[in-house]
Design a protein around this ligand. Structure first.
Ligand SMILES: NC(=O)c1ccc[n+]([C@@H]2O[C@H](COP(=O)([O-])OP(=O)(O)OC[C@H]3O[C@@H](n4cnc5c(N)ncnc54)[C@H](OP(=O)(O)O)[C@@H]3O)[C@@H](O)[C@H]2O)c1
Length: 329
């Protein structure tokens, strides 16, 4: 009998590729997204054996309807892939309730409500797979709502597993992928501003994965799980080889965008060393140390450059009077 697969977020990117891979593996598919025309095209790519359901996961009734409609068309569902998602770039200075809600509504609330609606339509030991990201835990400027929303849903899966042991919930974390529309709503100017900082922290991979082979890989990894109903598979992680999150998380530096921290100007960059492609630093030899008074050393240690940039010996010429006046300004 043909397997029945529901893909939520099937109109583009990774979801579209998962749908194509499922159809190529002789499954019947139910495809969900908001854009009707794109969805119809994907159903055509899939050979037309299935149903396209236009729905918005931010609407609770749509989550119920999409599960009902998919089950009515296909029968019980063997696998559900939740690939709907948004990834807004939001530095803290631009953080708003709306920015939070956009990400949470699709990446967390919609995901959990759609899963809730699907559970009663799943075949025994069916699999519900959630598309998460390997960006979790990486120090990435602008990633606050995206990374937090993915982390929230990963935690929700932990609870869903104990509350619904008849169903298997698999977290599929993937790395940066091209051939998708995930960044279509991002402010290009902001992305350009943050890009060098990401590159400096080894957070930009030169070899992105592509949505087409990635979607096929995800489907082919879930397929054997369906064949093995007692297997307890919780996490799958797929990223391009060469990324090293441990290195990246060790690197820290000043914020790249002065406007994001009003009133604070970044210190001029000091040539401290050369970086290799993996983020390792070869340090330049230090200049010889100046002898400083204990008070001046303390300023330098705390990074208050305004005080240490003055030639202290000139201040000392007038002993305490001039020197103190200079510091007060
Ligand atoms: N691309 C990457 O680098 C990357 C990396 C790690 C993880 N991921 C994750 O992989 C998943 C798929 O992303 P992608 O890169 O393939 O992005 P994508 O091409 O933008 O696909 C997102 C899909 O979600 C659908 N969608 C968005 N909002 C929706 C809503 N309110 N209701 C119903 N459907 C909605 C979109 O269709 P409509 O607009 O037609 O509704 C689209 O089909 C996401 O969860 C993403 O976080 C992606």
């Amino acid at each position: 009998m043909k397997r029945r697969v529901l893909v939520i977020g099937a109109s583009s990117g990774i979801g579209r590729s998962i749908a194509n891979a499922a159809a190529a593996a002789n499954c019947r598919v139910a495809l969900v997204a908001r854009r009707e025309a794109q969805l119809a095209q994907v159903l055509q790519e899939c050979g037309g054996d299935g149903v396209a359901i236009t729905a918005d996961v931010t609407a609770e009734q749509d989550c119920e309807r999409l599960a009902r409609q998919a089950a009515a068309e296909l029968g019980h569902l063997d696998a559900v892939f939740y690939s709907a998602g948004v990834s807004p770039l939001v530095p803290t200075s631009r953080l708003t309730t709306d920015a939070w809600l956009t990400a949470l509504r699709i990446n967390v609330i919609g995901a959990s409500l759609a899963m809730k609606a699907c559970i009663s339509h799943m075949s025994p030991s069916g699999v519900i797979a959630y598309l998460s990201s390997t960006s979790l835990g990486k120090r990435r400027h602008g990633g606050i709502v995206y990374q937090a929303s993915k982390a929230a849903m990963e935690e929700a899966l932990v609870v869903l597993r104990v509350e619904h042991p008849s169903c298997r919930f698999v977290n599929v974390s993937v790395g940066a992928t091209s051939g998708t529309e995930l960044v279509r709503d991002r402010d290009p100017a902001l992305a350009k501003l943050l890009a060098p900082e990401w590159a400096k922290r080894a957070l930009v991979s030169e070899n992105l994965m592509h949505a087409t082979p990635l979607g096929q890989t995800i489907f082919r990894m879930i397929e054997p799980v369906l064949d093995y109903p007692s297997a307890f598979v919780t996490d799958i992680r797929i990223e391009e080889s060469g990324s090293d999150p441990a290195d990246a998380s060790k690197l820290a530096g000043p914020h790249p965008d002065p406007q994001l921290r009003p009133g604070v100007q970044p210190l001029p960059a000091r040539p401290t060393g050369d970086r290799c492609g993996r983020g390792c630093v070869r340090r330049h030899p230090r200049p010889p140390r100046q002898r400083l008074s204990s008070r001046q050393s303390a300023f330098q240690f705390s990074g208050i450059k305004r005080f240490t940039s003055r030639p202290f010996s000139a201040e000392r010429s007038d002993r305490h009077g001039t020197a103190r006046a200079a510091r007060c300004h």
